[in-house]
Structure formats: structure tokens, C-alpha cells
Design a protein around this ligand. Structure first.
Ligand code: ADP
Ligand code: MG
Length: 292
């Protein structure tokens, strides 16, 4: 049977919005010595906004309506921001069919004329589309996320999108570091400039900021940490599911996170307040001392 101390800790954690799938997960959290965090939607709010739009043919409306047509099929925070910007401008999304996601890279589909896609520089390269910086320089120079829209092997333009760290992320990370946790790191699919801007604001050691990671890179990063101790991975997206499953303990953002992330995780963080996580870590450690 489950010790009373664990049951009472599980219910105390639940009152703070931290749901453990069982007593074993609480015991594992007590032993964690590395925390790896996804960025977008985990350390940041995920309430992204479009900051710049550059349509290379100058037809901003046509550009944005095609982009919104693709993003109509995605649940990513980036997609929500783009759809909202198109709606704000009174634009109807173009009809795009056969859309499929490339986790960590973007999405592809087709309209009446052929293949269309939206995503990062990695996806552009995969589509054989050279990202001629030129008129996209201002976006490339920003510390925002850049999404390229393309047709076949041609880049049509790009938008930049930004979101900000949660107010509770800094204090939660500080508390974890102060508790003597050996490693606290960021593992993001976003580009380096964004990872560094957000990471610097949250007090990350520059060596602990890892950017431009595909889902399988996150798994490899988690596996490397697991070789030397117990690792927790905290994430929200489809792109995080494999890393959540690979970690000794997977912690998913429950309020706005994806269903697959929740299923892969051992803990759901229903609160938007990241400090609930560092408090649950404290609570797990205190409980482990009682039952030993
Ligand atoms: P993170 O690890 O920061 O949560 P993801 O792995 O979900 O980020 O995404 C990595 C990158 O892939 C994004 O920064 C973006 O450039 C691109 N991307 C992912 N999904 C989409 C989408 N629906 N539309 C456009 N770009 C996308
Ligand atoms: Mg994310």
C-alpha cells in the first residue's frame, strides 16, 4: 500500500495544480538532479504575436492569407499567432489541403497550384528553398522566431513571431538551482537568437541553452543526462512527447499543452504558475526524507 506521507503529498501537490500519475512519480521527482525545459509554451507563455511580415512580392494580404490557410491546420502557438494576425486584418485563410506537421520544423500542404510549406530555416533547406536573406535581413537580425512561407523550392517571404517568458519561470528556475539541482537546461527547437534572449533573461548558464533541436535531438539530450543521474523533462508540445517519455520523469504543461505531451508525461502541471513545479520538487524531497 502507498505510505500515508506519499498520499498526503500527492494531494497537497494536486491542490497546487501538480498532478502526479502515481506515488512512484513523486519518489522519482525527489531524486531528480537534472531538469531540462522546453522553451516555447513551457518557459514562455506561448501567447505569441506576429512582429514583422515581409512578402517578397509585396502582396502582404495574399501572403498572409496563404500562410493562415496552412496554419489553420496546426495547433502550434505559432499557428495561433498567425491566424489571429490574419483575422485582425480581416483576411480569409486560403484553402490548403493535405497538411501534415513536421515536428520541430513546420508544416507542409498543397493548394490548387502545388506544394506549400511554412517553417524554420531547416524546413526551407529540406524543401530545397534557399533562404536568400536580402530583404528578410531585418527578420534574421531580430531575436524573434522566423517562419518562412514557401511554394515548392521558392521562399515567398517570412514573418517573425515573439512570445515572452512567464513571470513565474525565473523564480522557479532560481529555486531549482538554489535547491542544489546539478543541471538546469533549456532544450528548444527554436533558433539560437531566441533561445539566448529568453535564456539570458531567465539566468541560464549559456552552456545550458540548447537551440535548434529536433524532437529526436531532445531525446538524445535527455538520454545523455540520464546516463549520469535522474532527469526530468518539462514540455508542452507534440515535439516534446518523445523526450517526456524518455526522461525518468516527464512533466507536461496541462492547461494549454498538447494531448500527446500529457499522455507521454508522468506529471501534469495544470497551473500556469511555474513555481508550483519547484514547490512540488521541494515537497517530493521532504516526503522522501519522511518515508526513508
Ligand atoms: P519549441 O521546442 O521551442 O517548443 P518546436 O520544436 O515546436 O519549438 O518548433 C521549432 C520550430 O519549428 C519553431 O520555432 C518554428 O520555426 C518551426 N515550427 C514548428 N511548428 C510550426 C508551425 N506550425 N508553423 C510554422 N513553423 C513551425
Ligand atoms: Mg513547446
Amino acid at each position: 500500500s502507498v505510505p500515508a506521507a506519499i498520499l498526503s503529498a500527492l494531494s497537497a501537490a494536486a491542490r497546487g495544480g501538480v498532478l502526479f500519475k502515481g506515488g512512484a512519480a513523486l519518489e522519482t521527482l525527489a531524486a531528480v538532479d537534472s531538469f531540462a525545459f522546453d522553451k516555447t509554451g513551457t518557459l514562455t507563455t506561448g501567447q505569441a504575436v506576429v512582429t514583422q511580415i515581409v512578402a517578397l512580392d509585396e502582396d502582404t494580404q495574399g501572403f498572409l492569407s496563404l500562410l493562415a490557410g496552412l496554419e489553420a491546420h496546426s495547433e502550434h502557438h505559432i499557428a495561433t499567432a498567425i491566424r489571429r494576425e490574419a483575422a485582425k486584418r480581416g483576411l480569409d485563410p486560403a484553402k490548403v489541403a493535405g497538411v501534415s506537421a513536421r515536428p520541430g520544423a513546420g508544416i507542409t500542404g498543397h493548394d490548387g497550384f502545388g506544394t506549400v510549406w511554412a517553417g524554420n530555416a531547416y524546413l526551407a533547406a529540406a524543401m530545397g528553398a534557399p533562404v536568400e536573406v536580402g530583404r528578410l535581413q531585418a527578420l534574421a537580425d531580430s531575436a524573434d522566431t522566423v517562419i518562412y512561407l514557401g511554394r515548392g523550392s521558392t521562399v515567398l517571404g517570412a514573418v517573425s513571431v515573439a512570445d515572452e517568458a512567464r513571470a513565474s519561470s525565473g523564480p522557479a528556475l532560481d529555486a531549482l538551482r538554489a535547491s542544489g539541482v546539478r543541471r538546469v537546461m533549456m532544450m528548444t527547437g527554436d533558433r539560437r537568437a531566441v533561445a539566448q534572449r529568453i535564456g539570458a533573461g531567465l539566468g541560464f548558464d549559456p552552456n545550458e541553452i540548447h537551440a535548434e533541436m529536433l524532437p529526436e535531438d531532445k531525446v538524445r539530450g535527455v538520454a545523455a543526462l540520464a546516463d549520469t543521474g535522474k532527469v526530468a523533462f518539462v514540455g508542452d508540445g507534440v515535439n516534446d512527447a518523445a523526450a517526456l517519455a524518455r526522461a525518468d520523469i516527464g512533466i507536461a504543461m496541462g492547461a494549454a499543452g498538447s494531448e500527446v505531451a500529457l499522455q507521454a508525461a508522468d506529471v501534469a502541471l495544470l497551473s500556469e504558475d511555474m513555481r508550483q513545479l519547484s514547490e512540488a520538487h521541494d515537497l517530493a524531497r521532504r516526503t522522501a526524507l519522511i518515508i526513508r
